[in-house]
Design a protein around this ligand. Sequence first.
Ligand code: SAM
Length: 274
Amino acid sequence: MDIDIVSVFPEYFDVLNLSLFGKAMERGLVTVRVHNLRDWTHDVHQSVDDTPVGGGAGMVMKPEVWAECLDELLDVPVDAPADADAAPSPGSPVLIFPNPSAPLFTQQCATELSHAEHLVFGCGRYEGYDARIPQYYRERGVDVREYSIGDYVLNGGEVAVSVMLEAITRLLPGFMGNADSIVEESYTGANALLEHSQYTKPATWRGMAVPPVLISGDHGKVDRFRRDEALGKTSRLRPDLIARLDCAALGKADRKTLMALGWEVSGAHPRRLG
Ligand code: SAM
């Protein structure tokens, strides 16, 4: 996977050399190029921002500088005509802008983007970037995504890009040491739940024992215990995920557990009783 990141603080991404991501770069699984947006400025102050049109606090990132940079990275000709119905061609780069007022970035987005060949991330700063930038590239056939990583406001897009990048790239075949690690995880798969609680040795620590079934050696019972724990935890903490489950894909034991947790499972999706 090819990754371009544009930021006014490119040093933020030095941490990518660490841990599994660093190893993935060494092995050539991912190629990352980090660019300083200021390299596309022409004035002596290397300005990337200007005051908001219509007034208001703060500064907004200028479209001209972003466009010079993105035309180059996305290979879009300066005179490319606008087409409101332009469809992205398969295999073309996906342009991603983190933005707190955009739809939420989820595991599903990460999974979808892990199949892309080339991702280009643009890190916003200040009050954000001129709203015409994503629109301009969409109308030139670029697959442009804007995502929020949560309901809070950060100073810039760098942390948000790091979050998305890690969620996407750990799904690449060969990225994780053990491929099974990403199969049964929270938010993963068609009928996604929160993952069951995890324990390691010793079996008793400071007087606290792990659930006895986990050391029973009975794999069937361990699987059922974990599944019931995941259903219970998800029902308690994220009932929205339970309400999205496809009842037709649930086994008899799952239905029994959900009914005991106060869900009705005879329709297309579980419905909370009472
Ligand atoms: N004025 C904007 C607002 O109220 O929605 C906030 C701008 S924020 C200070 C500057 C940049 O940080 C944004 O353009 C975006 O790139 C990034 N950012 C901040 N919070 C974010 C979040 N929750 N998710 C994704 N990106 C975020």
